[in-house]
Design a protein around this ligand. Structure first.
Ligand code: ZN
Length: 193
């Protein structure tokens, strides 16, 4: 497993890749695809974060990895304090893999959560999304799974699936807030350089 570089929005070439629409994986889940997912997971744990889409390491296929704890998966997000990039969440090892995920149903009820993103480092803001979704995907071994997600799980899978459409969480914000986010990430990148 290899830790790969995570693309960030302060870099114009990275941003162009992040804006791509990812393409469906054709055929079965192969060892090559599992190696990609292993690298993604290693990269996500290293960051650290709780979700990563393949396009965030420059591979525009419809593949996501996540790691949430059981309470969050059951939808008790009010007990959780995780964001992508929250250091308190490093110690998890409950990896989940999604190939060609689709949302087959979304609740009318909305849920607001303070989101973050490894491609938009150190910026957090509130995004409103459907509170529950039903999703269908292929897992690590290529089985078709259909399940319902609520709480932080629903937030995270929708955030990651947005990446497959070239959409970042800051694209859900007002133009003013989005510009502020971009300016902050650029400034941090300059300070780190
Ligand atoms: Zn993200």
């Amino acid at each position: 497993m290899t830790v790969r570089r995570i693309l960030t929005i302060d870099n114009a070439a990275d941003l162009a890749v992040l804006k791509q629409i990812s393409t469906p994986v054709e055929g079965p889940v192969t060892d090559e695809l599992r190696r990609l997912m292993d690298d993604m997971l290693e990269t996500m744990y290293d960051a650290p974060g709780i979700g990563l889409a393949a396009v965030q390491i420059g591979d525009a296929r419809r593949v996501i990895v996540m790691d949430l704890n059981d309470a969050e998966l059951e939808g008790h997000a009010e007990d959780a304090e995780a964001d992508e990039g929250d250091e308190a969440q490093v110690a998890r090892r409950n990896p989940r893999y999604y190939v060609n995920p689709e949302i087959v149903w979304a609740a009318d009820e909305l849920f607001t959560y303070e989101e973050g993103c490894l491609s938009v480092p150190e910026y957090f803001d509130s995004v409103e999304r459907p509170a529950r979704v039903r999703l269908r995907y292929l897992n690590y071994t290529g089985e078709t799974i259909e399940e319902e997600a609520g709480g932080l799980y629903a937030v995270c899978i929708q955030h990651e699936m947005d990446h497959l459409e070239g959409v970042l969480f800051i694209d859900h914000l007002s133009r003013l807030k989005r510009e502020r986010a971009v300016a902050k990430v650029r400034k941090n990148a300059r300070l780190a350089a």
